[in-house]
Design a protein around this ligand. Structure first.
Ligand SMILES: Nc1ncnc2c1ncn2[C@@H]1O[C@H](COP(=O)(O)OP(=O)(O)OP(=O)(O)O)[C@@H](O)[C@H]1O
Length: 222
């Protein structure tokens, strides 16, 4: 893997079996994302976007192929190893939010940093400052607006200076202006050296991405 590569996957296959029926959710997907690069993944419902994201994040195991994050292979390893790589090398941003509801934004960041088990490069206050949320450090999720929640989620996802940020519809519920602000923030942060892969239906996200990858029936078609 080249030093400027944040993520690489080769020939990913994933099947699901329900009774007699077999779905080929991923059929040989290969891609790479460079440091500082933002790649959008688009495609119709059922094309395999979420399955791909889960395999890249080590939350699901591909039946075939391999995933490497920051030079370290995450696929085909025991869950403990995958969890360690996830917490040190990946930031994961989901539409459902990545904050624990009973903890303040600051404590959510602290928890993510403690899970990585090494000295964090940035203090929670600094991360919150960078996403424009310094004044809401003590708030819990239910006290935040949609835009603030997206910023808080981003601060948590970036809390261990990941090699790669993986996001699933991170701006899905936001209005156009807030969406633009959060995306600019994601890109700004990416300039700091990690790669970004965003699963999205949003034309705004596709416009700001450096590249758009289109999935159809589990294959990259463009
Ligand atoms: N756990 C599962 N068991 C069986 N089939 C599954 C499972 N998860 C996904 N699939 C199937 O795999 C295919 C890809 O699903 P996936 O959720 O990755 O698509 P998607 O592109 O993310 O769709 P959407 O945009 O609707 O979220 C679909 O046909 C889906 O029904």
């Amino acid at each position: 893997m080249k030093p400027d590569e944040a993520l690489r996957c080769r020939d990913l296959y994933r099947f699901f079996r329900a009774g007699d029926e077999e779905t080929l959710a991923l059929r040989g997907v290969s891609l790479q994302v460079g440091r500082g690069e933002t790649v959008a993944v688009a495609g119709p419902s059922g094309s395999g976007k979420t399955t791909l994201l889960n395999c890249l994040a080590g939350l699901d195991e591909p039946a075939g192929g391999a995933v490497t994050i920051g030079g370290e292979q995450i696929s085909h390893r025991p869950e403990r190893s995958r969890a360690r790589i996830r917490s040190r090398r990946l930031g994961i941003l989901l539409q459902s939010g990545n904050l624990l509801a009973h903890l303040s934004v600051r404590d959510n960041i602290r928890l993510a940093q403690a899970a990585a088990g090494r000295r964090p490069a940035q203090a929670p206050e600094e991360l919150l400052e960078q996403v424009g949320l310094a004044r809401r450090a003590r708030a819990v999720a239910s006290e935040l607006s949609g835009g603030e929640l997206a910023r808080a989620g981003l601060a948590v996802a970036l809390s261990n200076s990941p090699d790669m940020l993986l996001a699933d519809e991170p701006t899905g519920e936001l209005d156009g202006v807030t969406e633009q602000v959060v995306l600019e923030l994601i890109q700004d942060r990416a300039a700091g050296g990690h790669g970004v892969l965003v699963v999205t239906h949003s034309a705004v996200v596709m416009r700001i991405a450096d590249r758009v990858i289109r999935l159809h029936d589990g294959r990259i078609v463009a």
